[in-house]
Design a protein around this ligand. Structure first.
Ligand code: TRP
Length: 339
């Protein structure tokens, strides 16, 4: 008997660690929010706060990050009528399903996970024991992620390239479960958008928290300006033509500009615009796009009760699916009433 729905369900998780930066915005948040306007797809977006515990064991930080990230998505106009927006930890069926999946997932499959292998390699390079500092949380991260996806029969999973392997593992685990217990899960597919920009950071490398080169998304105007002024440039003087295609200033410009604005800035570079002037214009362009959401963000941060309310409503919608589905799965594996 097949219980697998045929329509596509878009599902993606946002790990609640750290403060969102311009790279997150351009690469993931902005396209996902644009997609949330589409009323024709079933979509689930959630705050992956169980995942946060793997990377961060500072309770205050985990808590604060959840508030910041929820406020960010709401401030930027996530349409919570079209998208089920919830907190992973509000769905007890997810850790329940994680256990079921743990019991069918091959340990050998998990041994091949990039994140785990990187940690092992770092240990070996440092002359430490293979498993030094590696928790079961890190090791079974892909199983929790599989549960996130399979719980709601997610079929299209928008992620960054680094997450493709995890989606493949979720497929493997789903197939294994289906093989043993019957067709319960649709097989998820990663959706990687090659058109969105991978933003460069202050030093010209990929903008990333781990490089410490980010521009946080909702900085106050003055600080935003300061950060933009810190973007690395070369020593060319005003009046000397500059190469847009190797410039971080231009690269970030393009991520916020219309086509005409991009063509205009390209001309400015050819005409030898001063770096200070180009940065001033870049600030204005970014600030124009972020000014209103920033105000909304600040209001939301002052009103966590509203955020909480939205998340609870989302969790209720999510549980309307996960509770009955989990009952079915409990039956499937042999856990049900004796009478
Ligand atoms: N691991 C993902 C990341 O770091 C976040 C995530 C958790 C996720 N669960 C998910 C993404 C389920 C997609 C589907 O980006």
């Amino acid at each position: 008997m097949s219980t697998v729905p045929t329509n596509d369900t878009v599902l993606t998780g946002i790990t609640t660690t750290g403060t969102p930066h311009l790279g997150n915005y351009v690469g993931a948040i902005r396209p996902a929010i644009a997609a949330s306007q589409d009323t024709n797809v079933d979509a689930y977006y959630f705050l992956a706060d169980f995942h946060a515990l793997i990377k961060c064991q500072d309770p205050a930080k985990v808590h604060e990050s959840t508030r910041e990230i929820a406020a960010t998505w709401l401030a930027l106009g996530l349409n919570t009528d079209n998208v089920v927006f919830y907190r992973q930890s509000d769905i007890p069926q997810i850790p329940q399903l994680t256990w079921f999946l743990n019991c069918v997932a091959a340990k050998g499959l998990m041994n091949r996970a990039h994140a785990y292998k990187d940690s092992v390699q770092k240990n070996l390079d440092a002359g430490d024991d293979t498993d030094f500092g590696i928790t079961m949380g890190l090791f079974s991260y892909p199983v929790l992620m599989a549960a996130d996806i399979l719980m709601f029969n997610g079929t299209k999973v928008p992620v960054g390239r680094d997450q493709i392997q995890h989606i493949e593992m979720a497929r493997d685990i789903a197939q294994r479960f289906n093989h043993i217990y019957g067709q319960h899960f649709a097989l998820p597919e990663a959706v990687v958008d090659d058109h969105v920009a991978v933003l460069q950071g202050l030093d010209g490398r990929k903008m990333s928290k781990s490089y410490g080169n980010t521009i946080p998304l909702f900085l106050p105007e003055k600080k935003l300006k300061k950060h933009i002024n810190k973007i690395k440039t070369n020593l060319l003087e005003p009046g000397e033509p500059k190469d847009p295609d190797t410039s971080t200033v231009f690269q970030i410009w393009r991520a916020f500009a219309t086509e005409e604005q991009t063509a205009y800035m390209r001309k400015e570079f050819e005409n030898g615009v001063a770096w200070g002037e180009a940065k001033k214009q870049l600030f204005e362009l970014i600030n124009e796009e972020l000014r209103e959401p920033r105000e909304h963000y600040n209001e939301l941060m002052e009103n966590p009760a509203h955020i909480e309310q939205v998340l609870r409503e989302g969790a209720e919608k999510a549980r309307a699916y996960s509770v009955p589905f989990m009952e079915k799965l409990n039956k499937a594996v042999g856990l049900y009433s004796l009478v």
